[in-house]
Design a protein around this ligand. Structure first.
Ligand code: NG6
Ligand code: CA
Length: 508
């Protein structure tokens, strides 16, 4: 009995080795603040996400798929560099006009794929800083930026849409900028009469709840101040349409050679202002309307692959940059209209949290004809795409490149005997001393200051008192409700030490 089994394994592993040297197109669709339970194949029952569900039905849906941080910038940093963000200072949420965070010369995922012969593009939200130490020159050439770290093309919202300015960066320049009306970004209110969310609150089409009360554009007040660039400004409602249009055009032009597209959606991040055709179409206000818009984007991209007959030659990953939040600064009704919808699924916490809900998020891979559809419980993370795609394309990593990225390619492709990560560190925005450490079925939760943020939806922004260390069996208790630390003192010591070792190694 054993010999045939061994023979079979060898036979199939040979097939896998062959598959690994292929160079399929790669599309990573990263949602923004989308929770595990926000898609209808993972618990959302009051609205549908048919296109994301279809992707899952045709691919592999991971129940332990993670991003590495519970805010945007550190997850994106680690995704593109294969390095945990806590190792590098300045990787927390980037303010408006922040300088480039990933510097030229850094080993990056797009750079690695470019070396492997791929055309590379990022379309959508950036939020990793732009320009030299003084930040971007909005009216000139913006460099360094994505084109200096491995992307051939970019079409971007510079930060997040709640931060100024509301213009597109196309490669190294702001699109449609009229030189006679330069963009100026300010830290302080530029003049006494400059309208803000405070002085002109009654004119807003969506009110703010905390922060987000500086310059007004399109009836929405933002973080930061700016003037000018009127012709270059976009309407929030048009972002998704524009990115889909640009992505389709880029795919059409790139197809023929292998391509890598990082489609960085802004949905359902605040300000939630989906296109009018999605407004009011779902039960939970603009938050779930934005998820409907995201789902539409997925459908358009997948439809393009079908139309161009590329679905069997394209490895698609769908993921999120952090867990969900309801009120993130605007009065869009998300909290009031949430009803029984559990955006974080069975998990505790959400955005800003190191409980599972902060980082355990939707994670789907699809490669028609290669990935056998199903559900996987293996632990995989956005940070692993670097090493895994290097492995897939047979590209050798430079020494020191992507130190925290695990090659989990076989798990991503659904090889039934392949293992995911044995351990994963989860962080929040950084510098708080809050970490999650998943090791097998165990999860050590560390809150150095004894305070947790965004514990549960109902009191999401409150700082809640928590023990400095907690230990959960997340297989038996995914909601992290029963702290087992007292009952497992030796294990706790071991995990604390191991976490310390990982965090301590290589902090720059
Ligand atoms: C916070 C913002 C929040 C959001 C977040 C970044 C306030 C009060 N809150 O500081 O609205 O922009 O930063 O989100 O300003 S992320 O998904 O891009 O990390
Ligand atoms: Ca985010």
């Amino acid at each position: 009995m054993r010999i045939p089994v061994l023979f079979f394994c060898l036979f199939f592993s040979t097939l896998f080795v062959r598959a690994e040297t292929r160079r399929p197109n790669v599309i990573v669709i990263m949602a923004d603040d989308l929770g595990y339970g926000d898609i209808s194949c993972q618990g959302a029952s009051t609205y549908e996400t048919p296109n994301i569900d279809r992707l899952a039905a045709e691919g592999l849906r991971f129940t332990s798929g993670y991003c590495t941080a519970s805010t945007c910038t550190p997850t994106r940093y680690s995704f593109l560099t294969g390095t945990y963000a806590f190792r590098t200072k300045g990787t927390g949420i980037a303010p408006p006009s922040a300088p480039a965070i990933i510097l030229p010369g850094t080993a990056t995922l797009p750079g690695m794929l470019k070396e492997a012969g791929y055309r590379t593009a990022v379309i959508g939200k950036w939020h990793l800083g732009l320009g030299g130490p003084d930040g971007p020159d909005w009216n000139g050439e913006i460099t360094p930026g994505p084109l200096e770290i491995g992307f051939d093309h970019c079409f971007l919202l510079p930060t997040t849409n709640d931060r100024v300015p509301q213009v597109y960066l196309q490669d190294r320049r702001v699109l449609n900028l009229d030189p006679s009306d330069p963009i100026r970004v300010y830290r302080e209110k530029p003049s006494e009469d400059h309208p803000t969310g405070i002085t002109h609150r009654d004119t807003l089409k969506m009110d703010w709840t905390h922060g987000h009360n500086n310059t007004i554009h399109n009836g929405i007040s933002r973080i930061g101040f700016y003037t000018g660039g009127e012709k270059a400004r976009f309407r929030d409602e048009d972002l998704a349409d524009e990115w889909v249009k640009r992505s389709i055009a880029w795919i059409e032009a790139a197809a023929g050679e292998p391509f890598f597209l990082f489609f960085a959606s802004h949905d359902p991040h605040v300000p939630r202002m989906p296109h009018e055709r999605f407004q009011g179409t779902t039960p939970h206000g603009f938050r779930s309307d934005s998820i409907a818009q995201l789902d539409w984007c997925v459908g358009e991209l997948m439809g393009t692959l079908d139309r161009l007959d590329l679905a069997e030659n394209t490895f698609v990953v769908f993921c999120s940059d952090n867990g969900p939040v309801m009120d993130d600064g605007y009065a869009d009704g998300a909290l009031e209209k949430v009803g029984d919808h559990r955006a974080g699924g069975p998990f505790k916490g959400g955005k800003y949290s190191v409980f599972e809900g902060g980082t355990r998020t939707p994670f789907i891979t699809r490669w028609k004809g290669t990935i056998t559809p199903g559900v996987s419980e293996e632990v995989v993370a956005t940070i692993d795409l670097f090493a895994s795609l290097a492995s897939l394309t047979g590209t050798k990593l430079q020494p020191g490149a992507a130190p925290d990225s695990a090659d989990v390619l076989d798990a991503l492709l659904g090889d039934s005997v392949a293992k995911g990560r044995s351990e994963l560190v989860q962080q929040d925005n950084g510098s708080s001393g809050n970490f999650g450490f998943r090791a097998g079925k165990w999860k050590l939760v560390r809150h150095d200051k004894g305070k947790a943020r965004n514990m549960i939806v109902e009191s999401e922004l409150a700082n809640t008192d928590v023990p400095k260390f907690q230990l959960f069996d997340v297989e038996a208790d995914p909601g992290e409700t029963v702290d087992l630390i007292e009952r497992n003192p030796e294990l706790a010591v071991k995990l604390k030490k191991r976490l310390e070792e990982i965090i301590g190694s290589g902090i720059k």
